[in-house]
Design a protein around this ligand. Structure first.
Ligand code: ADP
Length: 727
């Protein structure tokens, strides 16, 4: 804003001020002030201060007005604007002279204003403070002081001076001359003043404020005139002028009221405006508040979204992790499943392998052992007896090893289940003792059997597994004891109508087992190396024993000290076999010796086997008992022979070329239901027994077999068939 426009603002502010539009005037003046400050326009700053001060003054903010006048004076001094400075002093004096405490100061400022105007030789400016001082002193009844200044004013004022000045001067002079009782002169001046004021009060061009001033001057003049007449004792005149005074005073007051009303209206509007502004501000505040709320909502929203996002990301991560874990688990599962399947396959393959290998090994072994046995029986071969004995030992060992491996493999793959038959414990143990007699003699041991007399009834359980356990344990004792004693002790710990709890103790006074080795001897292939001593064995016996006892839901315990012998203990609960004659009898399983002697002791047997060596071995074994036999190399030959000959029993191999033993049996059964047919095979018993029985075979003998057991089975089956035939 250039200086020109600053001045325009100042002028506009002055106009607005005259219209009592204080707010707008103030705003405009302040706008001018800011710009003047910005442009360092000190000359205009003084004028702005003057306006601001007037605005404050009219708004009855005197302190602010005084400060602003004084500031204006400083600006005016700086720029040496004497005329402005004079005006400012005059205005400041007008304001403060009303206050008794500032009277002196006010007078001084008027004089300053006058002197400054004087320096400029600006008569109009000089008159203002002079008239003001005159007026002031008259109001204070200080007529001489008043005249001092009015005198000077009188000289300066002429017919060209502003009418208000002329009017004021005349009235003031009239008052002065009245005070010194120069009535005529006083009257002259007052009348002059009245006529001027009257004419101006009718001038419509004058503003309300100016009209008010003139009416006020009129009232004051009429009052002076009334005083004048009253002092001259012309009371009627005095009264008339007093009435004039009153009416003009009323007019002036009316105008003042009008002015104040106008001011008040504007103030009211301003108030409204302020209110509006306030309202706006409130609304603004509300909007701001709303905005803040909105911002907070947005921030909250963003925070919630962020938190949700964080949750989502977390959940996503978790999910991904879970998925990954799941995937890993599925993969691991699949791997495990595959591994399990492989393991199962391996296990099946292992079983199949063991079964096949053992079959393949057992078949030739059957020949080796069988032939060796036969050779040993011929007296002319006695010179080679030692070699044959070694041969037989090796064969036996190999067979035991194969049987043990096979047995363990079966237990480990859960293929062994306990069978239940009725048996007599004493007979079983004596049998074992008898079968181990050669071993007893070999190491010069004494075997003591102590069976609790409380055990009276037959037992019902797996006698074969019990035999296996006892043979292994007693066998070991006989092996590891020399010139000593072996005890087989059975005690009944508890019994009821249905079962009894038996404790088996196999004790010896042999070499014993060192404490640190005792834990391991039940593991596969575990053997304690005893210095130079060499003991035969596979290292599998105790492992099998332990597993068989486990099958009976029991444990084996060992008590031993090196050099002092060993003691193995285990308990088994056996059901009691029901007595003969009871409705559900098991006695069928018990083969009595006398049953076997029914009829002739020499029988005619048909051997069906494709293996020539096996044919010879079996033939020779049977011939030893003076049995007669025929031989067929396959199933169909056998059928032909059975059709034409009368055989007491058929020993039927299963795996044969052309027609196998199972198919041949089926055909034979179509025309001969009675003839006992026993499967004679190297295949593991469990695998063929069911098959064999289902096609009509009567029993199964596994090669190589124990000769005694072999004949027992033959005899049992022949006697059974004869019983059936008789019926
Ligand atoms: P082995 O076929 O070698 O006898 P076992 O599993 O039956 O295998 O026995 C394992 C080992 O335990 C034997 O080699 C032997 O060292 C020891 N042992 C077993 N029974 C006895 C016993 N009654 N006296 C001393 N040592 C024994």
């Amino acid at each position: 804003m250039e200086a020109d426009s600053i001045q325009t603002y100042i002028q506009r502010a002055e106009v607005l001020l005259k219209e009592y539009k204080y707010e707008s005037a103030l705003e405009t003046a302040e706008a001018a002030l800011q710009n003047a400050l910005y442009h360092n326009d000190n000359s205009n700053l003084g004028y702005i201060s003057n306006i601001l001060a007037k605005i404050y003054e009219l708004n009855e903010e005197d302190t602010k007005a005084i400060t602003e006048y004084k500031r204006g004076i400083t600006y005016a001094s700086t720029v040496k604007d004497i005329g402005l400075k004079s005006d400012l002093y005059n205005n400041l004096a007008n304001l403060i002279i009303k206050k008794p405490e500032h009277r002196g100061e006010g007078v001084k400022f008027y004089i300053d204003a006058y002197q400054l105007a004087e320096r400029l030789e600006d008569t109009a400016r000089m008159v203002k403070p002079l008239l003001n001082l005159g007026d002031y002193y008259i109001s204070k009844d200080l007529y001489l002081e008043s005249y001092e200044h009015l005198k000077v004013a009188k000289e300066l004022i002429n017919e060209h001076s502003p009418i208000l000045y002329q009017t004021k001067l005349n009235i003031l002079l009239g008052k002065y001359f009245l005070s010194i009782r120069r009535f005529e002169r006083s009257n002259k001046y007052i009348d002059k003043g009245i006529s001027m004021a009257l004419s101006q009060s009718k001038n419509k061009a004058n503003s309300t404020e100016l009209l008010y001033t003139y009416y006020w001057e009129l009232a004051s003049a009429y009052k002076a005139k009334s005083d004048l007449y009253s002092k001259q004792n012309e009371f009627e005149q005095a009264y008339n002028y007093l009435l004039e005074y009153q009416s003009n005073f009323t007019r002036a007051s009316k105008l003042k009221k009008e002015i104040e009303l106008q001011r008040a209206t504007i103030q009211f509007e301003v108030g409204q405006f302020k209110k509006q502004i306030k309202q706006n501000e409130v609304e603004k505040d509300e909007r701001a508040e709303e905005e803040i709320k909105w911002h907070i909502s947005i921030i909250l929203g963003v925070v919630i979204i962020l938190i949700s996002l964080a949750f989502l990301i977390n959940a996503y991560k978790n999910n991904t992790q879970k998925k990954k874990l799941n995937k890993d688990l599925i993969e691991k599962n699949a791997e495990l499943k595959a591994a399990k399947e492989t393991a199962e396959q391996v296990s099946t393959l292992k079983s199949q392998f063991i079964s096949t290998v053992s079959h393949e090994l057992r078949t030739p072994l059957y020949g080796v052992i069988g032939l060796t046995s036969l050779l040993m029986e011929h007296p002319e071969e006695k010179k080679r007896y030692e070699y044959l004995e070694s041969l037989k030992f090796s064969g036996d060992y190999l067979l035991a090893l194969i049987n043990d491996v096979l047995q363990l493999s079966k237990i480990e793959t859960n293929e062994v289940t306990l069978e239940k038959v009725s048996f007599d414990l004493r007979t079983l143990i004596e049998g074992i003792s008898n079968s181990l007699q050669s071993k007893q003699k070999h190491n010069n041991n004494n075997l003591h059997i102590q069976i609790d007399p409380a055990i009276t009834s037959m037992l019902y359980g797996d006698s074969i597994r019990l035999s296996q356990i006892l043979i292994n344990l007693v066998g070991n004792s006989l092996k590891f004891t020399k010139n000593g004693n072996i005890w087989i002790k059975v005690d009944q710990l508890a019994s009821s109508d249905h079962d009894c709890k038996l404790r088996f103790v196999i004790k010896d006074d042999g070499i014993g087992i060192p404490k640190d080795k005792q834990k391991n001897i039940f593991e596969n292939f575990a053997q304690v190396k005893n210095g130079t001593q060499e003991f035969e064995g596979t290292g599998l016996g105790l492992a099998i024993v332990k597993k068989l006892i486990h099958l009976h839901n029991s444990e084996i315990e060992i008590e031993s000290e090196e050099g002092k012998g060993a003691e193995f203990t285990f308990t088994i609960v056996y059901e009691l076999a029901k007595k003969k004659g009871s409705s559900d009898t098991y006695d069928e399983d018990i083969v009595q010796e006398e049953d076997l002697s029914i009829g002739t002791t020499t029988f005619n047997i048909l051997i069906v086997d494709d293996n020539k060596i096996n044919q010879i071995v079996t033939q020779n074994i049977l011939k030893k008992k003076e049995y007669t036999c025929d031989v067929a190399s396959n199933g169909s030959d056998a059928i032909d022979l059975v059709r034409v000959n009368d055989y007491d029993l058929i020993l039927m191999d299963i795996n044969m070329p052309e027609m196998n033993g199972l198919d041949a049996t089926k055909v034979i059964r179509t025309f001969n239901p009675y003839i006992p047919i026993i499967a004679l095979t190297a295949v593991e018993e469990g695998e063929v027994r069911d098959q064999a029985l289902s096609v009509g075979m009567n029993d199964v003998i596994i090669k190589p077999y124990d000769t005694q057991q072999f004949f027992q089975t033959i005899l049992k089956n022949i006697s059974h068939s004869q019983v059936k035939k008789v019926r």
